[in-house]
Design a protein around this ligand. Structure first.
Ligand code: 2AM
Length: 188
């Protein structure tokens, strides 16, 4: 199973982000871009990749330990950006407003518990983001820069994080299919 841990968004935040996506999509018509379907929008805490049964068991255990010790919190989705940079834009995302500390702590705690169970360390630092689109051929930097005009000044949503979810990702030619495997309530 191809798996990852994620924080899911409430419907209102999802709808706000979907509106921004639609405006950006019109501005980028004709470009080779794959837009994340609104129902698939999420914030990844940790990508796990392919796991066998034992790996799944260990990941579930790690998540249970973390969820028992961490309290619910809230984050504000605001602003947008690209990875790796404006000139080589591959991933278009919505960001998280400061303070991002509780999200980092949750991701780091999960990382710690996974490593204690012999998962190889994540090689990239955690960067909280909600992916809007994956860009196959980066358009000129000015085009990417102009997309920022479609962002409202106000936040796109205040997300109450009461749980996180282990998600399964099935790769399909028309986009990934994400299915929740198990939800972990933050009860610390
Ligand atoms: P992304 O949104 O930045 O593309 C499921 O694929 C989720 O796991 C996506 O949100 C994706 O992040 C994230 N992810 C992180 N590392 C990944 C990797 N090496 N391969 C695929 N997805 C990864």
């Amino acid at each position: 199973m191809r798996l990852f841990f994620a924080v899911l968004l409430d419907d209102q935040t999802r709808q706000h982000i979907a509106l921004v996506q639609q405006a950006m999509k019109r501005a980028l018509a004709g470009q080779r871009i794959s837009w994340v379907k609104p129902e698939n929008l999420h914030l990844t805490l940790r990508f796990l990749g392919e796991l066998d049964e034992e790996g799944l068991k260990q990941a579930l255990e790690a998540a249970q330990v973390v969820a028992r010790q961490r309290a619910p919190f809230r984050f504000v989705a605001r602003g947008a950006g690209v990875f790796p940079d404006m000139r080589r834009a591959r991933v278009l995302w919505v960001g998280v407003e400061e303070p991002v500390e509780p999200l980092f702590q949750l991701a780091h705690h999960l990382e710690r518990e996974l490593q204690r169970r012999a998962f190889p360390p994540e090689d990239k630092p955690f960067r909280s983001h909600i992916t809007l689109a994956r860009i196959k051929e980066p358009p000129p930097a000015q085009v990417i820069q102009s997309l920022m005009d479609y962002l409202p000044k106000e936040p796109l949503g205040a997300v109450e994080v009461r749980s996180f979810v282990l998600m399964q990702s099935i790769l399909r030619p028309d986009g990934s299919l994400y299915t929740p495997v198990q939800e972990f309530l933050l009860s610390g």
